[in-house]
Design a protein around this ligand. Structure first.
Ligand code: 48H
Length: 264
């Protein structure tokens, strides 16, 4: 077999451009490959919806990777163990703390990603969402505006590309950057960002899941983005609400868009 450089280049170009052509119009565009975005992607894809995740960085997991102050463990509480079992991530009960489960950060990142990919999610790294597409009659968010993270970092003026979608999910974490840009640049959506509050783990774990969902027509939030949008406390390195809010948003979108097999 001859390994010809031109063939390597053409193979990559052809496959990547084929993917981008498909990605240019999807059912759901998820912004951020952290725990909430990956959980949402897994359940959406499992339900048969064409789902793409755009991730600014070159890896999966968002805040999972740093564990807690770089210690490579995180905790989760029921009923988020249902998500752990769905993606095959192992966990252990915490002695003396009934209801708390502990697991490896690396395992959760890997299992969320591989489950989402196996279910059909397309994950594109090194791409940042810098804006949304909106439509009138009826007023709604109708997709995202994307650019290479490298051009964002370089400060060069490079015009973006567009991805239209039936739903957009802000899973960008503390920044809630998609909801933020939509609230600023499409004021008629009437989105109010209330700002994240100081730590209160137990309260936050339930309120983030409760608050996850549609923020404006076509635009949904899960994970820490919910805390910034709804004015909720942070919770520290406990990830139950991240997984459960991702699953909740997926089920809500699947219900609206009419997917089949998402329900666990
Ligand atoms: C493309 C983007 C963009 C963009 C950001 O921070 P994450 O892990 O988000 P969540 O909400 O799934 O999980 C939050 C959790 O990690 C956490 O921080 C917790 C529980 N904190 C509690 C506390 O008290 O501090 O992941 C977001 C991902 C990251 O990978 C970003 O790189 C990516 O989104 N991202 N990708 N375009 N505009 N903005």
């Amino acid at each position: 077999m001859s390994i010809d450089e031109t063939r390597i280049t053409r193979a990559i170009l052809a496959a990547a451009l084929r993917d981008w052509e498909e990605i240019s119009s999807v059912d759901v565009a998820i912004v951020g490959a952290g725990p909430s975005g990956m959980a949402a992607a897994y359940y959406l894809s499992r339900g048969g919806l064409r789902t793409v995740v755009f991730e600014r960085r070159l890896g999966f997991g968002g805040g999972i990777g740093g564990g807690a102050m770089f210690l490579h463990k995180i905790v989760v509480e029921p009923p988020a163990d249902e998500v752990l079992r769905d993606v095959g991530a192992r966990y252990a009960e915490v002695e003396g703390a009934p209801g708390l489960l502990v697991l490896d950060a690396a395992e959760l990142m890997a299992k969320l990603a591989s489950s989402a990919l196996d279910a059909g999610t397309k994950i594109v790294h090194g791409v940042s969402v810098e804006d949304v597409i909106f439509r009138r009659d009826p007023l709604r968010v109708a997709g995202v505006v994307v650019n290479w993270t490298a051009s964002e970092l370089s400060g060069l003026h490079v015009d973006p590309l567009f991805v239209s979608s039936r739903a957009v999910v802000d899973a960008t974490g503390h920044d809630a950057s998609v909801v933020e840009v939509a609230s600023r640049k499409v004021p008629e959506l009437g989105i109010e960002l209330r700002g994240e509050r100081s730590a209160y783990s137990e309260l936050s774990e339930s309120l983030v899941v409760e608050g996850a969902g549609e923020v404006a027509p076509g635009l949904y939030a899960c994970g820490m983005a919910v805390a910034r949008v709804r004015g909720l406390p942070r919770m520290g390195p406990i990830f139950g609400a991240m997984l459960l809010s991702g699953r909740k948003v997926a089920l809500e979108i699947a219900g609206r868009l009419g997917a089949g097999r998402t329900t666990p």
